[in-house]
Design a protein around this ligand. Structure first.
Ligand code: ATP
Ligand code: MG
Length: 417
């Protein structure tokens, strides 16, 4: 180690007054007296002070980088560390203040390191981090929109079928109301007949007239038919209400809502109800439901998964076939399987079915997004989709979901999956 140059400091001291090691280090070191004045400064401190302007001293360095509060904290804790940004000249200094006592005397000193480069790197990192976060939020928003528009598109596809499903009960409720109107007319006429008979001097003599009237108005048939008409109409209205409710459940946007314990079987039933019109002419549905606990999920999103799987199953069956629905629970996982007796999936296609835009269906029939969206919804729920298929025999999809979401699994983090 070479000797340091013997240069006077502001306080009139020389480097030779500093321990040689302090004089040699790159870190700027300033020793300070009881009044807060620099008593000694090493070479690095003088060079740093000089950067503040012509004739600048270590005292100026001290006054521009420390405050009464920072010294108070150093006094209290023995040490204070902080970063100070300067505008002129532009630089960031890491300042450390030390206070200690040497018997009766208080010893104080400060060190300074130019951390401008590190701070610039940190700023750059922070900027990139913020940018990544913004991009991530935009992506999450776009994914949410994609989910929603896919859901709306599938609802659009189903609209005709659903309209038919609603039209049917409305049709017979309407015709029942017509019949009820006729029956009411007949009943009113009969009541009139009874009333005038009662009002006459000899009601018993009207017996034959009334009997004749009852026959003419088909009273016995009306009494038999009325309860049936009413209960049929009630069922029709209930069916319409149910379909509208299912559609409402289905179209609800899941965003910003917490996952809730939900009845998956009910979701499966109402989804089946929505797609039923597309299936009923060619598909026989078998149900093998086990006992399912409530499963923590976004019910409307899981319904969307089930709907895509049901539609695919229906589309895989060209003539006539069976769709078997089964549910069950093992350990902490609930599962729903949808098995069809359709065309099956070839080995090489099986690798790609979850890829966005992979479709074997004619243009206009399939966009190839159904299973990709199922995959992302199920992944967001920390579950999985299993598939097994044999060409010509059929395909089984099994959706497995944890009954309770893993602790600390925030929605935001999961959306990235
Ligand atoms: N149950 C199934 N039986 C046979 N093939 C299936 C079945 N489910 C999916 N596939 C195959 O996987 C492909 C991708 O399915 P996916 O649901 O992602 O898209 P799509 O049904 O073609 O179009 P979209 O669902 O967007 O209308 C289908 O084109 C089909 O080849
Ligand atoms: Mg599909």
């Amino acid at each position: 180690m070479s000797e340091q140059p013997d240069t006077p400091t502001t306080a009139g001291h020389r480097d030779t007054d500093m321990p040689w090691a302090l004089a040699a280090v790159d870190t700027a070191v300033v020793l300070i007296d009881g009044e807060g004045r620099a008593t000694r400064a090493n070479h690095a401190a003088r060079v740093l002070a000089a950067r503040l302007g012509p004739g600048a001293t270590p005292d100026l360095l001290l006054s521009r980088t420390t405050t009464g509060a920072s010294w108070e904290m150093a006094q209290r804790d023995g040490r204070w560390v902080g970063e100070v940004s300067m505008a002129d000249p532009p630089m960031v200094l890491e300042v450390k203040l030390y206070c200690g006592s040497d018997g009766s005397t208080t010893r104080r000193f400060a060190t300074f390191s130019d951390v401008s480069a590190r701070s610039a790197r940190e700023d750059e990192l922070q900027r990139r981090h913020d940018e990544l976060q913004r991009t991530y939020r935009r992506l999450a928003g776009a994914q949410e929109q994609l989910l929603q528009s896919e859901k709306m598109a599938s609802i659009g596809q189903l609209a005709a079928g659903v309209a038919h499903e609603i039209n049917n009960p409305i049709g017979y409720v309407h015709s029942n109301l017509g019949t009820l109107q006729e029956y009411t007319g007949a009943l009113m006429a009969l009541i009139e007949g009874y009333a005038s008979a009662l009002a006459s001097d000899d009601p018993a003599s009207s017996r034959e007239v009334i009997r004749h009237m009852r026959e003419r108005l088909d009273f016995d048939f009306i009494t038999g038919d009325l309860p049936q008409l009413l209960s049929e109409s009630r069922e029709g209205i209930e069916r319409v209400t149910k379909i509208v409710q299912d559609l409402k459940d289905f179209s609800r946007v899941g965003r910003d809502e917490a996952m809730r314990p939900s009845d998956l079987e009910r979701g499966l039933e109402s989804t089946l109800n929505i797609v039923w019109n597309d299936l009923k002419y060619k598909v026989r549905v078998e149900k093998h439901y086990g006992t399912l606990p409530l499963v923590e999920c976004h019910a409307s999103e899981i319904n969307q998964v089930l709907m895509n799987l049901l539609i695919n199953a229906g589309q895989a069956i060209t003539e006539r076939g069976t769709i078997s629905l089964a549910t069950g629970c093992e350990d902490d996982e609930a599962w729903i399987s949808i098995a069809d007796s359709g065309c099956g999936i070839a080995e090489d296609a099986l690798q790609k079915i979850f890829d966005p835009f992979f479709t074997t269906k004619p243009i206009g029939r399939g966009t190839g997004l159904g299973l990709a969206i199922c995959y992302s919804i199920v992944a967001k729920h920390h579950g999985r989709i299993e598939v097994s298929s044999r060409v010509g025999a059929g395909t089984t999809f099994r959706v497995v979901l944890p009954v309770v979401q893993p602790a600390g699994a925030g929605d935001d983090e999961a959306t990235a999956g």
